[in-house]
Design a protein around this ligand. Sequence first.
Ligand code: URA
Length: 255
Amino acid sequence: MSAQKQTGSLYRLQKIIASSGVCSRREAESLIAEGRVQVNGQTVIQMGYKVDPLCDTITVDGNPVKEEQKIYILLNKPRGYVTTLSDPQGRPIVSDLIKDIDARLFPVGRLDLDTEGALLMTNDGELGNYILHPKYEVKKTYVATVTGKPSGSSLQNLSSGILLEGRKTAPARLRILKQLKGKTRIEIIIHEGKKRQVRKMFQAIGHPVAHLKRTAYGQLTLGALAPGEYRTLSLRDLKKIFSGKIPFTIKNIPA
Ligand code: URA
């Protein structure tokens, strides 16, 4: 089949079929190989054939394929909720909190059971990968209430990087917010996301975390969301995560 006129970005046919939410990418490849997929009325069996979802008409067995609407929400995860889509132990899970959205949203990264705060949830795997990919260094801000009063030099050590399980942590930004009775409230900004990283970092300097809250992804802050509340995000919100420029194309989302 010859290439057709294009007006938008080109994507592999199997990716577009899979992103409509009807099947996995592998199943989409089988549909193509079986000759069940048409582009602008013509059957395509060439794997990797590129299409423009804005102007090409794609059908499977004659039924039109529509790109799934992408949804992005910011949830204030309460303590006691597991960041997973199902929990064999039957504990409350974050998706229990999303009531009025008819889409399978997955959390971007995780927060421990006892950690509260900002948790992005989306059905856009691409966005999730960009946020979690170390290359993009998306900053996450936490407010940790730690026991005791860490010395300036131990905070300096955390800031320049410490050895955790044989690997040095990347530089972090730390700021004391408040001295409390027997505890200190500290803001810490990191771009890594190792399991229980903030807790392990403070544990390593002898000041375990008593309470932990994530307050922002990049410049996207929780704002006035109470624990358990969420809001849908606009393109402007998503740009705040990446300090202005989203490293890939997002369609069908309010500005
Ligand atoms: N670091 C932690 O220790 N826990 C979290 O939930 C997130 C970051």
